[in-house]
Design a protein around this ligand. Structure first.
Ligand code: C2E
Ligand code: MG
Ligand code: MG
Ligand code: MG
Length: 284
């Protein structure tokens, strides 16, 4: 409890400070400086296979190391970056950096199996996404199967024709596609059949009320069953306790990610944390 409050207090102060430091209009310039001075960093949150008590992979999550503010969370700058278009530069950096880090881990003999990178709708809309992904894989000598791109259902449905074409080409490269925050957007389910998808990530807002909330449990069970029948990997986001993890394993959810296992970590801390979680075994 005390730990939770500390976290929230920090987030609150940090939001306040962010608002003060960036008076109206200043943040955009700061984002350009941040790009020029390489102030972005990726943290990595491990994902675990529930049934096998195995490591599944990591999700790369961006942070901004601001010289005065410290770590600024993505929620505080991604929306503006998206609005102004800077996200295309930041997002390209994130894809290259994630691939570079994966290569480093592999060279060190650490088998981080798959790395997931978040895509903004704007990146997805642009034609040269495929070139960026292709060259990032090339430079790091990674097989496409090592990379998963996370995209929201809204971004897909914005322009389904373009989405189909882009996803088909990514699939050609072996790159995996995950639907992020599944269930939180508004869209029809028919797209699940229409697009070449690999993974559904159930939004944290569905997982938090589990297992006490019976209606939500019914929804999550239905999502897991549907995804399984469609041969999709199902990832539960935001798993915060062992009751949720046992419940999710019980209903056949494939993979879990959340503070119960680990927070997103700097690259050098990841291997140790993964080992600790796997050593806990049954706690998974
Ligand atoms: P997301 O992709 O849905 O990522 C999950 C968020 O939930 C992350 O927040 C993660 O730290 C947080 N989280 C993970 N486990 C738990 C848990 O057990 N409890 C709680 N309360 N939270 C948990 P974060 O890192 O602040 O990222 C927020 C969002 O920012 C991400 O949501 C994603 O949409 C976006 N984002 C992050 N990195 C990038 C990026 O490189 N590019 C783009 N376009 N968006 C990014
Ligand atoms: Mg994500
Ligand atoms: Mg998500
Ligand atoms: Mg999210």
């Amino acid at each position: 409890r005390a730990k939770d409050m500390g976290k929230n207090t920090f987030a609150f102060h940090s939001q306040e400070m962010i608002a003060q430091v960036f008076e109206r209009g200043r943040m955009e310039g700061c984002l350009h400086t941040a790009v020029a001075q390489s102030q972005f960093v990726l943290h990595y949150q491990p994902q675990f296979v529930l049934a096998g008590e195995e490591f599944h992979g990591v999700e790369a999550l961006i942070r901004w190391q601001h010289p005065e503010l410290g770590m600024v969370p993505p929620g505080s700058f991604i929306p503006l970056a998206e609005e102004t278009g800077i996200i295309e530069i930041i997002g390209e950096w994130a894809i290259r950096e994630a691939c570079r880090q994966m290569r480093t881990w592999l060279d060190e003999g650490i088998d981080v199996r798959c790395i997931a990178v978040n895509l903004s709708p704007r990146q997805f809309r642009r034609g040269h996404l495929l070139d960026i992904v292709c060259s990032a894989l090339d430079e790091s000598g990674l097989e496409g199967e090592r990379l998963e791109l996370e995209i929201t259902e809204n971004a897909l449905m914005e322009n389904p024709e373009n989405a189909s074409a882009v996803l088909a080409e990514l699939r050609e490269m072996g790159v995996r596609i995950a639907i992020d925050d599944f269930g939180s957007g508004y869209s029809s389910l028919s797209y699940l059949k229409q697009f070449p998808l690999d993974t559904l990530k159930i939004d944290r807002s569905f997982i938090s009320p589990l297992p006490e909330d019976g209606d939500m449990a019914a929804i999550v069970e239905a999502i897991v069953e549907m995804a399984t029948k469609l041969r999709l990997t199902v990832v539960a986001e935001g798993v915060e306790n062992s009751t949720q993890s046992s419940y999710l394993r019980h209903i056949g959810c494939t993979v879990a990610q959340g503070y119960h296992y680990s927070k997103p970590l700097a690259a050098d801390l990841l291997p140790k944390s993964v080992r600790q979680v796997l050593d806990m075994g049954s706690a998974l």
